[in-house]
Design a protein around this ligand. Structure first.
Ligand code: NDP
Length: 396
C-alpha cells in the first residue's frame, strides 16, 4: 500500500491516476499536482475508491516539487508532465530520497533534441541515495522496450534487426490535432529521421523513408521512419542488434497541415517579437490546438503498436512480431481518454506497481528492458493492454 505523487494533469496523467485507483492494492493514496490545479481537481473528482488530493506546482522548480514530497511523503513520484521537467523532478527525488518514474526522456526547451545522456548521468547519484529511476514507462518507449526484452528472453538466441511499428488508424474528427502534447509531438516529428545500422546512427531527411505496412486488425498504412528515444537505450542494452528502426503512420492530411505550419514558421522554437512581446511560435500553436486530453470523445478506430524482430533461434532464422491493438472508443468508455493517452498511462501505472511491489528493484537509473519482462507481460493484459504474437511473417 503506497502513497504516490503524480505530476501533470493532461491526457496521460488522467489515465495514470484512474488506473492507479483501479490497482488500489498497490496504490493507496494519490496526490495529483500540476501547473493548473483545476485540471488536477477534475481528474480527482472521477476517483472515489482511494483518497486523492491535489496541488498546484511548477515542476520546473525543483524546490517546489521537493516541498510537496516533504509534505506528502510519497514512495514514488510519477512524472507525467513534460520532458522539460525530467531533471528538475529527478533532482527533487534525489534530495528527498524517493523513487522516480517518467514516460519520455529529457529535452531542453530551447533545443529540439532528446537523448538519454542527461538522465543516465544521474545513475551514480541515484545509486548512492539507494533509490531508483525508471525511465520511459509508457508504450513507446516503455511497452516496446519490454516487448524487445521478452522477445530476447523467450524467442531468440540472437536478435539481428528490430523494427518498432506504431500505427494510429484512429479518427478524432478534427482537421488537425496531435495525440499527445502538441509541442513535444511536433518537435519530435519535424526532426531529421534517424535509424541504427552496423554500430552507429544514420540521419535521413524528415519523413523521407516510408512504405505501406500491413498492420494486424487494421490493414495497409503508410509508415515513416523517424527517430524515437527507445532506439538509443535498446541498442545499448542489446548490442547484438545490427539494425534498429522506428516507424510511425501519418495520414496525408496531417502531413499536409504540418508542411504548411512548418513553411509559414509556426513550428519554430526560437522567440519572435510580436507587438512588443517575445513569443515562441510553436508554444502559441500549442495554445490554439485541441488539448490531447479532449480528443477522446469522438475518437473512433484502433491503434496497433509492436516490435518486429528478426534473428535466430536454435540455429534457424526467425521472424517474430509482438503487439497490442487498442480501440479509441473503448478507452473513452473506460477512462474518458483516447488510445494514445491510454496506451501510455497503463504501462506507467504498471511500471510504478513493479517498483512499489519490489518486483523490479535496483539502485540507480534504469530503462525498462533492464528488468525481467515476464512479470510485466503477465499483468499488462489484465490492466487493458493484452498482447498478441505472430511468427514467420515480415511486416517490413
Ligand atoms: P498534456 O499536454 O496533455 O499534459 C501535460 C501536463 O503537464 C499538463 O497538465 C501541463 O499543465 C503539465 N505541465 C506542463 N509543464 C508543467 C510544469 N512546469 N509544472 C507542472 N506541470 C506542468 O500531455 P500528455 O498528457 O499527452 O503527455 C504527458 C507526457 O507523456 C509527455 O511527456 C509526453 O511526451 C509523454 N508521452 C509518452 C508516450 C509514450 O508512449 N512513452 C506517448 C505519449 C505521451 P497545463 O495543463 O497547465 O499545461
Amino acid at each position: 500500500m503506497s502513497k504516490v505523487l503524480i505530476i501533470g494533469a493532461g491526457g496521460v496523467a488522467n489515465v495514470v491516476a484512474r488506473k492507479c485507483a483501479q490497482n488500489s492494492e498497490v496504490y493507496s493514496e494519490l496526490l495529483i499536482a500540476s501547473r493548473t490545479q483545476s485540471k488536477c481537481d477534475k481528474i480527482a473528482s472521477a476517483i472515489q475508491n482511494i483518497p486523492v488530493s491535489t496541488a498546484k506546482v511548477d515542476a520546473d522548480k525543483s524546490e517546489e516539487v521537493a516541498a510537496l514530497i516533504r509534505d506528502f511523503k510519497p514512495e514514488l513520484v510519477m512524472n507525467i508532465a513534460l520532458p522539460y521537467q525530467d531533471l528538475s523532478i529527478m533532482d527533487a527525488c534525489l534530495k528527498e530520497g524517493v523513487h522516480y518514474l517518467d514516460t519520455a526522456n529529457y529535452e531542453p526547451k530551447d533545443e529540439a533534441h532528446f537523448e538519454y545522456s542527461w538522465q543516465w548521468a544521474y545513475h551514480e547519484r541515484f545509486k548512492e541515495a539507494g533509490i531508483m529511476a525508471l525511465l520511459g514507462s509508457g508504450f513507446d518507449p516503455g511497452m516496446t522496450n519490454v516487448y524487445t526484452a521478452y522477445a530476447k528472453k523467450h524467442h531468440f538466441d540472437r536478435m539481428d534487426t528490430l523494427d518498432i511499428l506504431d500505427c494510429n488508424a484512429g479518427n478524432h474528427g478534427k482537421a488537425f490535432a496531435t495525440n499527445f502534447n502538441p509541442e513535444i509531438n511536433i518537435r519530435e516529428i519535424t526532426q531529421p529521421g534517424r535509424f541504427y545500422k552496423d554500430g552507429s546512427f544514420h540521419t535521413i531527411p524528415a519523413m523521407s523513408k516510408h512504405q505501406a505496412v500491413n498492420y494486424p486488425e487494421i490493414g495497409d498504412r503508410e509508415s515513416y521512419v523517424l527517430f524515437h528515444e527507445e532506439l538509443e537505450s535498446l541498442v545499448k542494452h542489446f548490442p547484438e542488434l545490427k539494425q534498429a528502426r522506428f516507424w510511425m503512420t501519418f495520414g496525408q492530411q496531417y502531413l499536409t497541415y504540418l508542411d504548411v505550419l512548418q513553411n509559414v514558421g509556426m513550428t519554430r522554437i526560437d522567440p519572435v517579437k510580436f507587438q512588443g512581446v517575445e513569443i515562441v511560435p510553436l508554444e502559441f500553436l500549442k495554445a490554439v490546438l485541441p488539448e490531447p486530453g479532449t480528443l477522446g470523445e469522438n475518437y473512433s478506430g484502433k491503434t496497433c503498436i509492436g516490435c518486429q524482430i528478426v534473428g535466430e533461434k536454435d540455429g534457424k532464422p526467425k521472424t517474430y512480431f509482438v503487439y497490442n491493438v487498442c480501440d479509441h472508443a473503448e478507452c473513452y468508455k473506460e477512462v474518458e481518454a483516447q488510445a494514445i493517452s491510454y496506451t501510455t498511462g497503463v504501462p506507467a501505472m504498471l511500471g510504478g506497481a513493479m517498483i512499489l511491489k519490489g518486483i523490479w528493484k535496483g539502485e540507480g537509473v534504469f530503462n525498462m528492458e533492464q528488468f525481467d519482462p515476464d512479470p510485466f507481460m503477465a499483468e499488462i493484459g489484465k490492466w487493458g493492454l493484452p498482447w498478441k504474437e505472430i511468427t514467420g511473417v515480415k511486416l517490413v
